[in-house]
Design a protein around this ligand. Structure first.
Ligand code: SAM
Length: 268
């Protein structure tokens, strides 16, 4: 099988069964023999939401190709755990691309019914227009504010605070340029804006993912390493050395070799 289907027939059997044999790196998680089940980040979706989400896979692939721009099941599971496990109401995302994480976080927030809001910044107008179209189709526009902007622009912090009725973010998910200098700028900007006890989560934080730095500057990993030399609150990285000390096929416990950085801002 080489294509996803969007029929109700597919969901009645096992919503993700065919993803295991669907071509494309964006289905890598489902290709793993241990992962032939519906992950909780998908299983709580209603049938109608799931049909629409499958349609998102089909249309996003038709328009943007089969790349793996979205963060995928392991980081989404961590984010859903943090947000839904704690009733978080003020979440920032830096980099929404074509909507995967935005759709899943906004649906979750709407279900939580506690007034939670997502502010998301992305420099790409075309990706933002596509994501906004899907937010509208999912009916979550009331919980999401998408802006076309550089995520290291201080105006983005002001906008986020407006969206959060003047309050500070509780969680900032950094998944944007993957460039060393730009990631440091994001940390310098968003860390002071974060509420005490709040979190910053960084995707693509491993040695392997440092390749994603288009300027070859060392990526998120180098930014974290330098941040940790001087910062009061250090960043812990899952799978930090993947790419140096391990390669594809390794028996990882957290199966995304791109790694995930986690910082908590402690009060002073
Ligand atoms: C990996 S994708 C985000 C994926 C998304 N979080 C998801 O899981 O569905 C990275 C996004 O960051 C955006 N980006 C790159 N440089 C940026 C910058 N300087 N400011 C804001 N966004 C940027 C890109 O346009 C792209 O859409």
């Amino acid at each position: 099988m080489t294509q996803t289907t969007t029929t109700r027939d597919a969901i009645s059997r096992n919503r993700v069964a065919d993803f295991a044999t669907t071509d494309g790196n964006r289905y890598w998680w489902h290709h793993r023999p241990e992962c032939r089940y519906e992950p909780p980040v998908y299983s709580w979706l209603t049938d109608d939401e799931w049909v629409l989400f499958r349609q998102w896979f089909v249309e996003s692939e038709a328009e943007f190709g089969t790349g793996t721009g979205e963060c995928g099941v392991p980081p989404m599971s961590m984010l859903h755990g943090l947000i839904a496990g704690n009733g978080m109401t003020r979440v920032v995302q830096l980099g929404h691309y074509i909507g995967y994480s935005t759709i899943l976080i906004s649906l979750l927030m709407q279900r939580m019914g506690n007034g939670a809001r997502l502010y998301s910044a992305d420099i790409d107008p075309r990706a933002t227009e596509f994501t906004q179209g899907w937010v509208d189709r999912f009916g979550t526009a009331d919980v999401v504010d998408l802006q076309v902007t550089d995520s290291s622009d201080p105006a983005a912090v002001d906008r986020a605070r407006e969206v959060f009725d003047g309050k500070d973010p509780q969680l900032v998910f950094i998944d944007s340029s993957h460039m060393y200098q730009h990631t440091l700028k994001e940390l310098d900007l968003w860390y002071p804006a974060l509420q005490d006890w709040g979190f910053i989560v960084l995707h693509d934080a491993s040695t392997f993912a440092a390749e994603f730095d288009a300027k070859g500057g060392g990526g998120v990993k180098r930014a974290i390493d330098e941040w940790n030399l001087v910062a009061k609150d250090r960043i812990f990285t899952i799978n930090s050395t993947f790419g140096e000390t391990a390669a594809m096929g390794e028996d990882l416990a957290y199966v995304d070799g791109c790694g995930l950085g986690l910082l908590q801002k402690l009060p002073r």
